[in-house]
Design a protein around this ligand. Structure first.
Ligand SMILES: Cc1cc2nc3c(=O)[nH]c(=O)nc-3n(C[C@H](O)[C@H](O)[C@H](O)COP(=O)(O)OP(=O)(O)OC[C@H]3O[C@@H](n4cnc5c(N)ncnc54)[C@H](O)[C@@H]3O)c2cc1C
Length: 306
């Protein structure tokens, strides 16, 4: 594989919370009907930290002009990116690390193949070994944490409800891998096809249910399963009406520091679906909202960042 061309000097602080990394696709593996695993490699990936759980990262791809050359490898790379003219601005999308192997300088990301598609989905579908991209991820030498982990299990929690659609499957897999063995609960994952859920690991205390959507509307199986499952996990009822969020205008993202009840819930997926689940859990079933993290991972009909 040819070395990566250095078009811009790298002046990022060695202890910055997050770092940009020039990478290439080392391998592309079709995991299932709906998922592709991309293994990225790059000379600086030994500095890519791996705190696990739902750590979010950025995948940066060539924009309309087909190049990453205008991206600046500086601490305020995002400010510089925003200042670029539209046609020269690379595309930024949010993903989850499925595996990080610093010694091998490799990072795995599992991407959904979706319709309608977008730049990241198309990259997943059509990229080849050697194609260039940039990853932005946490830094092993960070002086301060840059955040990006939203699964924050409160010390008192003994039961979990983890639920999401296919975009949350990589995060749910990593959460299952990291959950303490004494925790009990249910993980519900709605996926388009039967073989999509086969990548999920087992946990001795967590019942993992894969809900195969087929042609049913996105979120419909998830909503029914949360409605059926949550009552047996909920023991305290607070019954607070959550504030309304217009998912077409605002970001649905509420990550509390954690309540003191025994149940902790983490929900991620299409924003409209997650908004409905949030109402179901908090207003109808009375789950303490301080114990529930809700995240709109994508919005139907909207490209990320639009
Ligand atoms: C914290 C976080 C972690 C995430 N982790 C992952 C991950 O590990 N793997 C993963 O695949 N995704 C993940 N996502 C979701 C991913 O960022 C979005 O699906 C993103 O929109 C994909 O970018 P795109 O360029 O393909 O499509 P965009 O250009 O953003 O959107 C184009 C069109 O595609 C639609 N669209 C976007 N995603 C989907 C979908 N899944 N199904 C159907 N239509 C869709 C949009 O509504 C829009 O109409 C994560 C999102 C967040 C916020």
């Amino acid at each position: 594989m040819p070395p990566l061309a250095v078009s811009q000097p790298d002046t990022q602080s060695p202890d910055a919370p997050f770092l940009l990394h020039r990478v290439r696709v080392a391998r592309r593996e079709r995991l299932s009907a709906g998922f592709v695993r991309l293994t990225f490699t790059g000379p600086t990936l030994d500095r890519f930290a791996d705190p696990g759980l739902d750590q979010r990262i950025k995948l940066i791809l060539p924009g309309e002009a087909g190049s990453l050359d205008d991206l600046r490898f500086v601490d305020d790379w995002y400010g510089a990116w925003r200042g670029l003219p539209d046609e020269r601005r690379p595309v930024i999308r949010t993903y989850t690390t499925r595996a990080v192997r610093p010694a091998a300088r490799e990072v795995d990301v599992d991407l959904v193949l979706h319709e309608p598609s977008g730049p990241a989905g198309r990259f997943a579908a059509g990229c080849r070994e050697g194609d260039e991209a940039v990853l932005c991820g946490p830094n092993v030498r960070a002086a301060t944490s840059g955040g990006g982990i939203d699964f924050r299990l409160p010390p008192a929690a003994r039961r979990v409800l983890v639920a999401g659609d296919e975009t949350a499957l990589p995060a749910i897999a990593r959460i299952l891998e990291a959950l303490p063995l004494g925790v009990r609960g249910v993980a519900l994952v709605e996926v388009p096809s039967g073989d999509d859920g086969t990548q999920l690991p087992a946990h001795p205390g967590v019942e993992v249910r894969v809900l195969v959507r087929g042609s049913a509307p996105i979120g419909s199986l998830l909503a029914a399963a949360v409605r059926e499952t949550a009552p047996r996990l909920v023991t305290t009822a607070v019954g607070e009406e959550p504030e309304d969020v217009d998912v077409d205008v605002g970001l649905l993202w509420e990550v509390p520091e954690g309540g003191d009840g025994p149940l902790y819930a983490w929900l991620a997926g299409e924003a409209g679906v997650i908004k409905a689940l949030r109402r179901l859990l908090v207003a109808e079933l009375g789950v303490d909202r301080r114990s529930v993290a809700f995240m709109g991972y994508w919005r139907r009909g909207r490209a990320e960042g639009s």
